[in-house]
Ligand binder design. Structure first.
Ligand SMILES: Cc1ncc(C[n+]2csc(CCOP(=O)(O)OP(=O)(O)O)c2C)c(N)n1
Ligand SMILES: [Mg+2]
Length: 283
């Protein structure tokens, strides 16, 4: 049964707790981008995407999702677990030896929900484009979704895939850019600016949508629904989603410092308290 907006908002708090606890437990992982993309994942799996459980790798006649910026695995794993792909208990094994929840997702481990290994930035768009083209060849009407970091767009392979998708009219694909203007070493604008990204993506032949409030669940659902309505028009669709790295945890926001750093015991406690303040009683 589908969840109400209020239930999904509560779930974003739960997912943020999971993210903090997972990276804290092993003193490694990527909380910043994970916290910034929590609304995107909740919207996608809670409202927008059509998928069936149990998970099958073939994914015929259902929507597919590819995570290209694989370092934000904590939000991906928590979302998958909370939506029933695998037991929530398994989140405790994150980044441990022999776990199915590797620091960066792999298909080798057979974790339900993971369709491609990622972590080496720049590759996921090519995979998503190929899968979308495959669906067309199969006469499968469902859609393909993908997520990318803004720093990730500095990889040349992304621009080859952008060009290829437009040329081949891959109009059953909705890619989203996590536009937080942060990356591992600083602000994207300082490291290697993307310039006028909207104009560039348009010039590459994509339908480009913008959402300024990427941490507002209802706004994210609305822009994804809008993107859906733009499919089938001969062009691939991309959403530039403004998010805040570390969203929800005050000391993680406004900086790139928490791109790939775990909170210590005190920071974890503080973070969980901040999330409890917002939480309804039953969580
Ligand atoms: C090919 C490749 N080069 C470098 C890295 C190291 N790396 C991991 S995350 C990251 C920053 C990516 O920035 P962005 O996509 O904006 O992610 P965010 O910091 O916003 O989570 C880099 C350079 C990598 N994973 N893959
Ligand atoms: Mg970024």
């Amino acid at each position: 049964m589908s969840k109400s907006i209020e239930e999904l908002k509560s779930l974003t708090i739960q997912i943020r707790r999971d993210i903090l606890r997972m990276v804290h437990a092993v003193n490694s992982g990527h909380p910043g981008g994970s916290l910034g993309c929590t609304e995107y994942f909740t919207a996608l799996y809670g409202k927008v995407m059509e998928y069936r459980l149990p998970f099958t790798m073939e994914g015929k006649n259902e929507d597919l999702f590819f995570l290209s910026n694989g370092h934000i695995s904590p939000v991906f794993y928590s979302t998958l677990a909370r939506f029933g792909f695998f037991p929530v208990e398994e989140l405790k094994t994150f980044r441990k030896l022999d776990s199915r929840l590797q620091g960066h997702p792999t298909t080798h481990e057979g974790l339900p929900g993971v369709r491609v290994a990622s972590g080496s930035l720049g590759q996921g768009l090519s995979v998503a484009v190929g899968a979308a083209l495959g669906k067309k060849l199969d006469g499968d009407k469902n859609l393909v979704y993908s997520l990318h970091g803004d720093g990730e767009l500095q990889e040349g392979q992304i621009w080859e895939a952008l060009m290829f998708a437009a040329h081949n009219k891959v109009d059953n694909l909705i890619s989203t850019i996590d536009y937080n203007n942060r990356q591992i070493d600083g602000d994207v604008d300082d490291v290697l600016s993307l310039g006028d990204l909207h104009a560039k993506l348009e010039a590459f032949g994509w339908t480009v949508l913008n959402e300024k409030n990427g941490n507002d669940l209802e706004a994210v659902i609305a822009i994804l629904e809008k993107a859906k309505s733009e499919t089938g028009n001969g062009k691939p669709v991309v959403i530039i989603l403004n998010t805040e790295m570390g969203f929800g945890i005050d000391y993680m926001m406004g900086t790139h410092a928490w791109h790939g750093k775990a909170p210590n015991d005190e920071q974890l406690e503080l973070g969980i308290k901040q999330l409890y303040l917002e939480a309804p009683a039953d969580y």
